[in-house]
Structures are given as structure tokens and as C-alpha cells.
Design a binder for this molecule. Structure first.
Ligand code: AQP
Length: 334
């Protein structure tokens, strides 16, 4: 059976973007008859400073978010990255396969490092090699992610191909990014040209998975829009990024196509459409947020789930790492 891998950083709150672009789709794949492995990538998170107490909390909250969204720890393997050392061991091999120039071209590195790239951590530069290791240490072939991760997945392919060529083997599979659905890039509620992001300084720009019903409704009411009513066809949304974003969110939450949504809501003003969207968002997100708080009351249970997941993950990763070491000429590799 095909194997699916994906991860999310426990680097703070989770947004509706993480939910629609990643988590909700992880759940769809879990229920589609493939083997699914989902990680809390704590080692990725520390490429920028994380307070240890916050990291601990965010890792458990992310696990609670996965489960509350519908992932079943019996069906999917859920674990945190640092507890499966094969990820970093494989990443070292890939650090030696990948080229500096490949890393320096990554737009996420450029965005996050900012103007003073000399002062960014070495880990931030090497991030995509660790991500390639996350995926390839399981020989995973499908990776559900949001659009912002496309470039990193292309680099994962480049690393797999170069490893295979360098050593004359056909060992690592070529992975496919699975970027589909109506919410592959959820935009900020304050600016339709920016990704909805947990690190945006304005809390009004995003819906957090832990927001209560009133907060969700308020943020949608205040979301930036234009004065025109909604068109009844998708092409009427061109050049209207904020309107397009709210329609995409509505489509993803209601599991309808954008065309269908346009037929349903075309002609309405935003003062009519926003309450509909708020009601839908509260209906879909509130049960998840309630379940997350319930799960967070028993962190010992969360820790048990993670420990069990890392054991299962290691059982898959370890032989693939050993085979990689053997191909590379490491004496003692089994
Ligand atoms: N706005 C989004 N729309 C669709 N998908 C999104 N993802 C994140 N934001 C959106 C997807 O969520 C998964 C996990 O991403 P991550 O852990 O790498 O988080 P991130 O991309 O770093 O999230 P943020 O909120 O943007 O954090 P900062 O602000 O720190 O950069 C990925 O599959 C991602 O595509």
C-alpha cells in the first residue's frame, strides 16, 4: 500500500489555514485505505527560537488538534519528530547530498531569514534536507501539504534523484506533493495577498483552531472585503483576492466546489454572506476546539499516544536508514 507522510510544526497556535490546507486532508487520506504517518515536527520548529515550555505545550496541543480533527492514533501513526532519531540521521546523509545553492534559493528560507541571513540559524538553511529525510526515511510517496510547501517538495525529489544517481541505485522513490482542494492557500483575513499565518502579528488576520464562537464570528465580520456583491461565477472573483479567499474558505468548510458555492451565494452582499460563513465556521470548528481542550486535560494520555507512535514509526524508519547507510558505505550498517 502507498505510504503517506506529512507534518506540522508545533510552533504556536494552529490556524484555519493549517486545518484546511493540511489537517483536514490528513484525515481524508487516513480514511482512504493508505498507510498514514503524521508528525509533529518539533526539530523543524526550533530552527527559530522556541521557548521550551511553549514547545512542550504546542506539541501536545498539536497532537490534540490532530485527534480532534479526526485522526485516529490506531489508524494513523502520530508522533513527534525528535523521538525518532532516524530523521536526523537521514538528514545528515541528505545534508551531504544536497547543495548549498539549492538551500539558499528556497523562498521560505529567504522570507524567514529576512535581511540578516548571516544571523539565521544553520538549521533554518538546512530545513528542507530534514524535511526530505522526514519523508524519505519512510519511502513515503504522497505528501499532503499546502501550496507554500511545493518548493520544498520539489527539493525532496531532487535529493532523492541525486542520491540515487550518486550511488547508482534505485532506492528512494520520487514523492508526489498532494496539493488539492479549495483551500490549498488560505489567505489572511486582513490582506488577501498574504498567507494566513500563525506568526502574523495581527490576531485578526487569522482564525485560530482554539478561538471560541464569538471570536470566530467577530473576525469574519471584520474581515477585509470590497463593496461589490458576490458574483455568481468564479471568474467574477478575479482581482478580488479577499472575496475569493472567503469563498474558498466557505467551499472548503462546506465540502462543496467553488462553482457550487457561487451558484448558491452569487448576488449576495458581504453583510449577508459573512454571517453565513461565520455560522458555518463555528459549526465546523467549535466541536474541534472543544475536543482539543478536553484532550489537553490529560497530557499523560497524549504523551502515551506519541510514545506509541514513535515506536511504530521507528520500526519502519530504522531498516530504511540502515540500508541507506549500507549503500553509502558505512561499516556495521545492518
Ligand atoms: N494559510 C495556509 N493555507 C493552506 N495551508 C497552510 N499551511 C500553513 N498555512 C496554510 C499548511 O500547514 C502545514 C503545516 O505548516 P507548518 O507547520 O510548516 O506551518 P507554517 O507553514 O510555518 O505555518 P504558518 O502559520 O505560516 O507559520 P509561520 O507563520 O511560522 O510560517 C503545511 O502543509 C502548510 O502548507
Amino acid at each position: 500500500t502507498p505510504r503517506v507522510f506529512s507534518g506540522i510544526q508545533p510552533s504556536g497556535g494552529l490556524t484555519l489555514g493549517n486545518y484546511l490546507g493540511a489537517m483536514k486532508r490528513f484525515v481524508d487520506m487516513q480514511d482512504s485505505g493508505v498507510e498514514t504517518i503524521y508528525c509533529m515536527v518539533d526539530l523543524h520548529a526550533i530552527t527559530v527560537w522556541q521557548d521550551p515550555a511553549n514547545l512542550r505545550r504546542a506539541t501536545r496541543e498539536l497532537c490534540a488538534g490532530y485527534i480532534a480533527s479526526g485522526l485516529d492514533p490506531e489508524k494513523s501513526i502520530l508522533f513527534n519528530q525528535s523521538q525518532v532519531p532516524e530523521h536526523t540521521q537521514m538528514a545528515w546523509i541528505f545534508n551531504c547530498v544536497a547543495r548549498m545553492g539549492w538551500m539558499q534559493r528556497m523562498t521560505q528560507f529567504k522570507d524567514k531569514a529576512g535581511k540578516n541571513a548571516q544571523n539565521a540559524s544553520l538549521g533554518l538553511l538546512a530545513y528542507p534536507a530534514l524535511m526530505a529525510a522526514d519523508i524519505l526515511v519512510y519511502h513515503a510517496t504522497q505528501v499532503p501539504v499546502g501550496e507554500d510547501q511545493k518548493q520544498h517538495l520539489e527539493l525532496t525529489r531532487d535529493i532523492a534523484i541525486k542520491f540515487n544517481n550518486d550511488f547508482g541505485v534505485d532506492f528512494f522513490p520520487v514523492t508526489e506533493p498532494v496539493i488539492e482542494g479549495t483551500a490549498t492557500k488560505v489567505m489572511s483575513l486582513r490582506d488577501g495577498s498574504k498567507k494566513m499565518s500563525k506568526s502574523d502579528p495581527s490576531d485578526m488576520s487569522r482564525i485560530n483552531m482554539t478561538d471560541d464562537a464569538d471570536t470566530i464570528a467577530k473576525k469574519i465580520r471584520k474581515a477585509k472585503t470590497d463593496p461589490e456583491p458576490l458574483p455568481s461565477e468564479v471568474k467574477g472573483l478575479e482581482e478580488r483576492p479577499e472575496a475569493r479567499n472567503l469563498v474558498n474558505i466557505y467551499a472548503a468548510l462546506s465540502e462543496k466546489s467553488v462553482d457550487q458555492v457561487m451558484r448558491d451565494v452569487g448576488g449576495r452582499t458581504f453583510s449577508e454572506f459573512k454571517p453565513m460563513l461565520a455560522e458555518l465556521a463555528v459549526e465546523k470548528m467549535s466541536p474541534i476546539s472543544d475536543e482539543m481542550s478536553r484532550l489537553m486535560q490529560d497530557t499523560a494520555e497524549i504523551d502515551r499516544i506519541l510514545a506509541n507512535g514513535s515506536e511504530r514509526a521507528r520500526a519502519i524508519a530504522s531498516p530504511i536508514l540502515q540500508k541507506t547507510y549500507d549503500i553509502a558505505g558505512m561499516v556495521g550498517a545492518k
